[in-house]
Design a protein around this ligand. Structure first.
Ligand code: NAG
Ligand code: NAG
Ligand code: NAG
Ligand code: NAG
Ligand code: NAG
Length: 198
């Protein structure tokens, strides 16, 4: 089991926004489509997480499933890894003793239903509620990704995030059920003072 780590698994990036828009315009950031994407953390309550060192930072993800599975949110979220490359799936773990739901990337299939929001949702993002904490894991400090239920508090010291797909080229592995996903060309470049999010 591999937890998401800012340095190797996810590019965790703060999208810096100056202030809230004063007038309500129904304008949403433009998306492209791509088979593959990276997940970029957009910090929604306060900006602490900035760990994007190179263009290659972060895992490459894709949605795997038939057209029907994608439509009815029963596809899974995969990322290729290993030598030779094979699929790894994203899983939300059962709550631990502290009530935290950590996220893992395990070799094999992923958790059914993890995927991106779809039309008519105007924002393409990983479905679910996510937050990130600077925790000390077995291998040292890491910005850990966690999931929570609606209404659950975000622990002190952690930040609420949304995970936005940034279009990416693939890992090179042939995909069995590739599906086009709506993704952003440059998440960090989105000016959230201009765009609506709801
Ligand atoms: C991204 O973060 C900015 C500022 O922190 C916020 O205004 C915006 O609503 C967020 N976007 C999404 C889709 O969560
Ligand atoms: C991450 O950093 C690289 C190099 O500094 C930059 O080119 C790229 O646009 C950044 N990615 C995001 C999502 O900000
Ligand atoms: C990809 O989706 C197909 C179709 O549902 C499924 O048969 C296959 O097991 C999935 N592969 C992985 C690695 O999840
Ligand atoms: C996370 O915490 C460790 C140990 O307290 C610290 O060294 C590190 O700079 C922190 N990382 C971030 C991104 O805040
Ligand atoms: C929405 C979409 O692109 N669906 C495709 C997902 O993958 C299956 C299998 O390749 C295609 O049949 C769908 O058209």
């Amino acid at each position: 089991m591999v937890s998401f780590k800012a340095t190797s698994a996810l590019a965790l990036l703060a999208s810096l926004a100056a202030s809230a828009p004063t007038t309500r315009r129904y304008v949403y950031p433009p998306t492209s489509t791509s088979l593959n994407f990276k997940l970029v953390a957009n910090v929604t309550d306060y900006a602490v997480l900035v760990q994007n060192t190179t263009v290659d930072s972060g895992r490459i993800f894709y949605v795997n499933g038939t057209a029907e599975e994608v439509r009815y949110n029963s596809a899974d979220l995969l990322s290729d890894g290993g030598t030779p490359l094979f699929p790894w799936g994203v899983w939300i773990n059962e709550p631990n003793a502290a009530g935290e739901q950590t996220v893992s990337v395990n070799a094999g299939i992923g958790q059914t239903g993890l995927g991106l929001t779809q039309f008519p949702d105007p924002i393409s993002e990983l479905r679910g509620l996510w937050y990130a904490c600077n925790n000390t894991l077995e291998y040292g400090p890491a910005i850990q990704l966690l999931s929570k239920e609606t209404g659950a508090p975000t622990p002190a010291g952690c930040a609420d995030i949304t995970l936005l797909p940034q279009c990416s080229v693939g890992s090179g592995m042939a995909q069995e059920f590739p599906n086009e996903s709506e993704c952003y060309e440059d998440v960090a470049g989105i000016d959230w003072t201009y765009y609506n999010t709801d």
